[in-house]
Design a protein around this ligand. Sequence first.
Ligand code: ZN
Length: 175
Amino acid sequence: MKRDRTDLYEYSRTKKRGRTLNQFMKQAIELAIQNVQEGGQPFGAVLVKENEVVAKGVNELHHTHDVTGHAEILAIRRAQEKYQTSDLSTFTMYASGFPCPMCLTAMYYAGIKEAYYCQPTEEARKQGISTRDMYQELSKANVDRELTLKELPLEPTEKNPMALWKEQREAAKRV
Ligand SMILES: [Zn+2]
């Protein structure tokens, strides 16, 4: 079925109806507000397991100068450390803002199946802090990206780390 713009608006309104800020999202928003008041960026995240907040994070760029110090990444890192596992498939992420590509990818790597955000990219764009440009950049072909990424192939005489990994994995399976 084709939808025109009005239909699409109605559709998204219907989809959103019934969803309200729950206690977890309220915590994520609270963290974001607190972070801004402390001089940081407006992002907070909580990870929930069995209806309980088990890890939190805020954007810590203003403290650590670490570009990976995003709210969702830090919540993931803390949960993985706490539970000594990289598998967070039974956890739910609540992020105050629509996740950037790095955080979304980290969620995939952690196996997270369910995530919620409160403030969409449109709001972020309005306030001058959107990551939409990054999504656009990544959607381009490698040759069209701002960051040049070029292959420097292995010399035939050099060891192949990937082949070595496969070899070791297969050897371990045989034991
Ligand atoms: Zn992020």
